[in-house]
Design a protein around this ligand. Structure first.
Ligand SMILES: O=C(O)CCC(=O)C(=O)O
Length: 274
């Protein structure tokens, strides 16, 4: 099967694209999870969030998008079909008008997971990167450190699909091994998007693997699954080739005792400099 990863079409199971492995087998062993994170650079956990709660959060988001006139009114709300002329919508912010979403992202199940994983009290940034990605769009390849590197580098991204996300709808892909690309970590990884006006490294996933090695990996996601990774793992998204919005959110977690990136924390995070 051919899959559109960033600006490339790659064969699933071919030389450049493989399946992400899940870490559900070690979910209750914090030491093994830490070891796996060190080794693989990511943790895929199936059914981590309560699926029903994720679907409730999805409904709240779709209702909001419907009020904004972004959805096709002749189709079922839960399908998230784009209205004619609609585009991708970035809804980054504290999203206090979406309590069901915050229940998922700030819930005891996530905080206690990170308390255990980090071995001390954790916190989550108030800012949540909520995205409705439209037809033809994808996220280019990048390290997250470039966007949130002003506090501790020991921040973890949790990417949560808010609905089932097939290959065609454009879930996340990661570059296996990229957490060990020392040259890139020392160059691109030292950049700051606000200070340096830099964002994604490339739209072409093979630019990275041809120069630095590694292999891209992705999977079909279901509501409730999460993908956790650190600030130095290259990731991008698949292209959404459907007429339905791909709805997902990325949120950040770190140890409460380490420095936070002020742009994203506090009740009124300022976000990127405009
Ligand atoms: O969902 C996406 O398209 C991008 C997500 C992302 O870059 C992240 O989770 O850090």
């Amino acid at each position: 099967m051919m899959v559109k990863v960033g600006s490339r079409e790659l064969e699933m199971g071919g030389p450049h694209l493989t399946e992400l492995r899940s870490s559900n087998d070690i979910l209750h062993d914090a030491a093994a999870l830490r070891e796996r994170m060190k080794e693989d650079g990511f943790l895929l956990i199936r059914g981590f969030h309560d699926r029903e709660k994720v679907l409730r959060a999805r409904t709240g988001i779709l209702e909001k998008m419907d009020r904004m006139g972004k959805l096709d009114r002749d189709t079922l709300l839960e399908e998230g079909v784009m209205a004619d002329g609609s585009k991708s919508i970035f809804m980054g912010g504290t999203n206090e008008d979406l309590p069901d979403l915050l229940d998922v992202l700030n819930g005891e199940h996530v905080i206690s997971f990170f308390d255990r994983f980090l071995g001390e009290a954790s916190l989550t940034y108030h800012y949540k990167w909520l995205r409705a990605v439209g037809t033809g769009d994808f996220t280019g390849a990048h390290y997250d450190i470039v966007y949130m590197g002003r506090g501790t580098p020991n921040v973890y991204t949790v990417w949560s699909p808010l609905g089932d996300i097939s290959y065609e709808m454009g879930g996340l892909a990661v570059c296996l091994g990229s957490h060990r690309f020392e040259e890139l970590k020392q160059s691109y990884g030292k950049k700051d998007s606000d200070r340096d006006g830099i964002g994604h490294y490339t739209d072409d996933p093979l630019v990275i693997t041809e120069k630095f090695g590694g292999t891209w990996a992705t999977t079909a996601f279901e509501a409730g699954d999460i993908l956790i990774f650190g600030m130095y793992l290259f990731h991008c998204s698949l292209e959404n080739t459907t007429n339905q919005y791909r709805i997902s959110v990325d949120a950040r977690y770190q140890s409460a005792s380490e420095k936070v990136d002020e742009r994203w924390s506090g009740k009124k995070p300022r976000g990127h400099f405009k």
